[in-house]
Design a protein around this ligand. Structure first.
Ligand SMILES: Nc1nc2c(c(=O)[nH]1)N[C@H]1C(S)=C(S)[C@@H](COP(=O)(O)O)O[C@H]1N2
Ligand SMILES: [Mo]
Length: 518
């Protein structure tokens, strides 16, 4: 029989675990939530290896919780590895009767392991310092007797636990101070929609002002430029790219490869345009659809410079986080390489320093942290398609119901956003009796009036700008339970299909409805 005593951890086991926690916190303190954070490479590995079906379910039912689970698992694994190193060092130190030997061996072992895992000496150094500190403080407190606690072993354990907590607190404080400093100056800031940046170009300021002016005054409805733009990433830790070291190439089935850096991009003629993004993995009435004003250059200008000669007329976009998506080159017409969002540098979480924007298509091919445009000769699968999704095509049409208000005059107000990609919206119709009768809702004025014609590119039919609109509808409540349904009518008169599908695999479809009681 296994006795409980034999599985109960010894003081040294506990110290090793606390020193390992301190090592992970030390890495965080040194490099923050970047790919050099010691748990990040493992988390990426887990995200990559996770079976497609698990990823698809996680994204639909857990949202970003799925990534957090990967991250927690990765942190646990790294703590275990550091703990083993520390435990071995303690063992050797014990045979030499020397705490100094344990501390030096732990520091060296953790430095080596942390640096190998992350490729960052800074991150490894932070870890080494964290673990060595936990042992050193433990050993010092064992040597100094305190009243009340005469057990040096226990004091050692508590001191290493205290150090782990202390280093973690410092790491968290450092990272929040860091992100405060960044949001004051640069790419880490949120999309900054709530205020129009005063140093932005006149074009940007006018466009953002127009968006604010044309937003409907409906309580609980996000304005036409989103206050808080959604995020979907395959990794919990986003790439942390310096604009100076970034480069983009157009490769593959081309006559002339093109290589550019950020200076080249910024020296091209830029334009600012609204693009709405919608994630194929969102629910029918979900919150993963947003709009922003983006500044950048036409993506086709760069592609054409390379003189593509593709047998499949298809392209693969590749990114610094090992993300990749494949689709017809034609989809890039009217597309943009964006480096600003709402008049500020692209935030890190939205692809700093440069992302692709593809008009009218699901969010997933709007590749962030873009590094390569590879012209292909034969079809291939993108990251999500390898996992069963079909999300490279045009978005589905939707009219969401996000606001329900009781007005002072007794009427009920419902409202939301509507979007049909580049097919454009002609109207939104609302039923308050479960679909028996329909009335036309009020629509926000279009943010962009004229159809987009790709600067007159040959063979390209003009299409609607890729921008959502808001709708609202007021009615006398019937006094009881009733079903409100909203449906969009596309510019050419097509009524949004009512056939309901879930997000997986081709994106949600169907009319949004809400049962109300008032
Ligand atoms: N490099 C990279 N690009 C990416 C992704 C990603 O994980 N990595 N996610 C895609 C998905 S699924 C969507 S819906 C959009 C979301 O863009 P956002 O995070 O800026 O809202 O980015 C797309 N581009
Ligand atoms: Mo997505």
């Amino acid at each position: 029989m296994l006795s409980l005593d034999r599985v109960r951890p010894s003081a040294d086991d506990l110290i090793a675990v606390f020193a390992a926690v301190s090592a992970v916190a030390g890495s965080y303190a040194a490099v923050g939530f970047t790919p050099a954070f010691v748990a990040s490479p493992l988390e990426r590995h887990l995200a990559r290896r996770m079976p497609g079906i698990v990823v698809s379910y996680a994204i639909q039912y857990l949202g970003s919780l799925g990534q957090q689970l990967n991250l927690v698992t990765a942190v646990g694994l790294v703590v275990a590895m550091f703990a083993v190193v520390t435990r071995l060092a303690l063992e050797i130190g014990n045979t030499q009767r020397s705490d100094i030997v344990s501390i030096i061996l732990t520091g060296a072992g953790v430095l080596l392991l942390g640096t190998v895992i992350t490729g960052s000496l800074l991150s490894g150094g932070g870890s080494a310092l964290g673990s060595a500190l936990a042992l050193a403080i433990g050993s010092a407190s064992a040597a100094v007797p305190t009243d009340g606690d005469t057990n040096p072993g226990r004091r050692r354990v508590l001191a290493s636990l205290g150090t782990a907590a202390g280093v973690s607190a410092v790491a968290v404080a450092l990272s929040s101070w860091q992100s405060d400093a960044d949001s004051a100056t640069g790419p880490e800031s949120d999309n900054g929609a709530s205020s129009v940046p005063t140093d932005a170009s006149a074009e940007v300021q006018t466009a953002l002002q127009t968006a604010s002016d044309r937003s409907l005054d409906v309580d609980g409805l996000d304005p036409l430029v989103s206050d808080d733009f959604f995020n979907v990433d395959i990794n919990a830790v986003d790439p942390d790219i310096r604009a100076e070291s970034w480069a983009l190439s157009v490769t593959g089935a081309v006559e002339d490869e093109v290589h550019v850096d950020m200076d080249d991009i910024r020296s091209m003629d830029s334009r600012s345009e609204f693009f709405t993004l919608r994630c194929v993995g969102e629910s029918r009435n979900g919150k993963k659809m947003d709009n922003a004003l983006w500044t950048g250059v036409p993506i086709m200008d760069l592609v054409e410079q390379a003189n593509p000669d593709s047998d499949c007329d298809c392209v693969m976009l590749q990114a610094a986080d090992d993300y990749f998506e494949e689709f017809p080159i034609e989809a890039l017409n009217g597309g943009m390489l964006a480096y600003e969002m709402n008049g500020r540098d692209l935030p890190r979480s939205h692809g700093y320093p440069l992302r692709a924007l593809v008009p009218g298509h699901w969010g997933e091919i709007n590749v962030k942290w873009l590094t390569e445009i590879e012209i292909l000769d034969r079809e291939a699968e993108g990251y999500w398609e390898k996992r069963g999704w079909h999300g490279t095509g045009p978005v589905n049409t939707v009219a969401k119901i996000h606001a329900v208000n009781d007005l002072d005059d007794g009427r009920t107000q419902v409202g939301g956003h509507t979007y049909a990609g580049t097919r454009g919206i002609a109207a939104v119709e609302v039923s308050t009796d479960g679909g028996d009768t329909w009335n036309e809702a009020r629509l926000s004025d279009p943010l962009v009036d004229d159809p987009v014609d790709h600067d007159g590119a040959p063979g390209q039919t003009p299409h609607s700008p890729d921008v959502w609109r808001q709708w609202s509808y007021e009615y006398e409540p019937p006094g009881g339970t009733h079903e409100v349904v909203a449906r969009a009518i596309e510019s050419n008169g097509t009524v949004q299909p009512n056939e309901e599908t879930n997000a997986f695999p081709g994106g949600p479809s169907g009319w949004v409805s809400k049962t109300l009681d008032r």
